[in-house]
Design a protein around this ligand. Sequence first.
Ligand code: A3P
Length: 320
Amino acid sequence: KCLQESDLSQECKELIPTLPLEKGMFTAALHQYQGFWFTPNFLQGDLSCQKHFQALDNDILLVTSPKSGTTWLKALSFALINRNKYPNIHINHPLLTTNPHGLVPFLVNLYFDKDFVPDLQKIPPPRLFSTHLPYELLPKSVKESTCKVVYLCRDPKDTFVSLWHFGNKLVPQSSEVLSLEDAFKSFCKGVSLYGPFWEHVLGYWKKSLESSEKVMFLKYEEMKMKPDFYLKEIAKFLECPFSKEEESKGVVDDILNLCSFENLSNLEVNKTGKMSYGVENKVYFRLGQVGDWKNLLTIEMIEHINTITENKFVKHGLNF
Ligand code: A3P
């Protein structure tokens, strides 16, 4: 469903023809809405979400740019906040039988249908949702409530490479896709789903500096290096820190092991299962490593994208 054009609302049907249009990497078209690029059906879902989603003060919103580690962050956050509900992590934990995306829904997926507004009141607190929306376009209630936002970003080179492989797995063989060079050019120009990548990151980076109790800013590379440190930091940020007793019982390690790439990608559900919208669970797991860009990008590409990143980020105190 997420890669097909769904029925659009009247609002979207009228809005879309007025928006700047570019060829997307894998999809027919991307439309620029308030500075960011959307497919028609994501725009439909996100606009409906903006209009109807009512954040509660104790909600948790996980935010990423696509292919920055959303699946991992969802798994970790779900296991973290539900650790008392599922103490026996090795036997009956939902992550053993359900893909993380099935446990922490993307808000846009809940609001895809133009004729239906979901009732999310029944979900027991704390509710855990995710989105790829840039900070500027988050629903008003997210910004105005005390709901917490955890943002995970990733080196743009690895993000692009991950996106490239992901897109190639999803598009039918017969479809016309951009060449690697053209896809790279588009990404660098900022034309990618929910891009420009750099503006997406900066929106959350700036907010995290301004309001560190509202937005936690994480990097995939740092989390891969020190996962136990960052899991504990996330727990503190979400106001459910690990007790000394939990730490000595190995709860932190248990969660990290449960959510590791090796463990999740080898579970039956993630090898053979499918999302409700038809995408195979296994496409969310590829390598799960830092630095695979070295295997795909040319020296010129690396220099080009590094220069963009430096020009955009360094002046804001952000480095990769
Ligand atoms: P690679 O394509 O570089 O392997 P997202 O979850 O935002 O779609 O991002 C997908 C990327 O996260 C993929 O990167 C995927 O392999 C990686 N990933 C998935 N699960 C992970 C996990 N448990 N730990 C670390 N990385 C993970």
